[in-house]
Design a protein. Structure first.
Length: 178
């Protein structure tokens, strides 16, 4: 209960969630810190089209300058830049896969990251959304690098496959959507 609360922003309205099936199409606006870059992510159904996860890998830590990265996977086609142009950085993820990151050349705020294997998807930095309500994290990657003071993400879902995959809560049917 307390842990759950940690992940709700203080201004989240009283947790009302739509009934199954009535989840509506939604547009999420986002920007970098200085607003030189702005975008919109248009999702048919945020419940199924988006997946937020937290990553503790050293790569994400360095790029964000934080203890973890948090991004939301969406179809590439759902994202459109409405202002500005990002700078791109390309690197090796440490095991030979090319990793791309897009950010604002003025304030340095991160917007996107995606590996060369991401296919038709891209990963939007969660913090760049104006209002990411409705896109809670569903899982974690590289938990072995999670700081000891950092709690597990509540309800980490079995759709996340990582080196320390969490067994799903006993009531959950095993669902493999990747
Ligand atoms: Zn900026
Ligand atoms: Zn990572």
């Amino acid at each position: 209960m307390n842990i759950q609360r940690k992940y709700e922003s203080p201004d989240t309205p009283t947790g009302k969630s739509p009934e199954p099936g009535e989840q509506a199409r939604r547009s999420f606006l986002g920007s970098c810190y200085c607003h030189e870059i702005e975008y919109v992510v248009d999702l048919e159904n945020p419940e199924t089209d988006a997946r937020t996860s937290v990553c503790y890998c050293k790569n994400c830590r360095k790029w964000t300058g934080s203890a973890f990265g948090i991004t939301t996977k969406v179809p590439k086609a759902a994202l459109k830049y409405t202002k500005g142009e990002t700078k791109k950085h390309e690197s090796d993820n440490g095991s030979g896969t090319r990793l791309f990151r897009e950010f604002c050349g003025t304030c340095g705020g991160g917007i996107l990251e995606y590996g060369e294997n991401a296919g038709d998807n891209t990963y939007v930095t969660y913090g760049s959304f104006e209002n990411p309500e409705g896109l809670p994290p569903r899982g974690e990657f590289f938990c072995k690098y999670r700081e000891s003071w950092m709690p597990e993400i509540p309800g980490s879902s079995p759709i996340i496959i990582c080196d320390c995959w969490h067994p799903p809560p006993t009531s959950s049917p095993s669902k493999t959507t990747v």
